[in-house]
Design a protein around this ligand. Structure first.
Ligand code: DQA
Length: 148
């Protein structure tokens, strides 16, 4: 069976490429979407790639994923560190989710060390820049292969 995955990106990630390139790298979100499409095709999964700056819209996407996707990759941006509502949404939808960050949040400011997503995620990938998206797809597809 071909799996379908949702790649969900949170606030300010639309500015990648120009946003603090020393932290997040020179790659644009459009480049990252192309990288993800190539990786998904290579692994024979379909994907949707979405970005929103709005917490409620991200929650709506998580709810809508039920029945449409087999798993999710979430880079929640700064909502990672603040949003109990996003954490509750992830808990509620019963879909495996990989938490993703371009930067190594554990090597940055203390307020970035805590993630509300981590306890409800299958696992976390951070610190590998844009390449982390491909790693996250591999991790999620591998997980789906062994867990349904
Ligand atoms: C980020 C890390 C967050 O701390 C930050 O607020 C972001 C991006 C990352 O991909 O490294 O917006 O999620």
């Amino acid at each position: 069976m071909q799996h379908a995955i949702l790649i969900l990106n949170g606030p300010n990630l639309n500015l990648l490429g120009t946003r603090q390139p020393e932290v997040y790298g020179p790659t644009t979100l459009q480049d990252i979407e192309a990288l993800c499409a190539a990786k998904a095709a290579a692994l024979n999964v379909t994907m949707d790639f979405v970005q929103s700056n709005h917490e409620g819209v991200l929650i709506d996407h998580l709810h809508a994923a039920r029945g449409r996707f087999d798993g999710i990759i979430l880079n929640a941006g700064a909502y990672t560190h603040s949003s109990i509502a996003l954490m509750d949404a992830v808990s509620s939808i019963m879909l495996p989710l990989v938490e993703l960050h371009l930067s190594n949040i554990h090597a940055r400011e203390a307020f970035r060390h805590h993630s509300y997503i981590a306890p409800v995620a299958v696992g976390q990938i951070c610190g590998f820049g844009a390449a982390g998206y491909a790693l996250a797809i591999e991790a999620l597809v591998g997980y789906l292969g062994t867990h349904g």
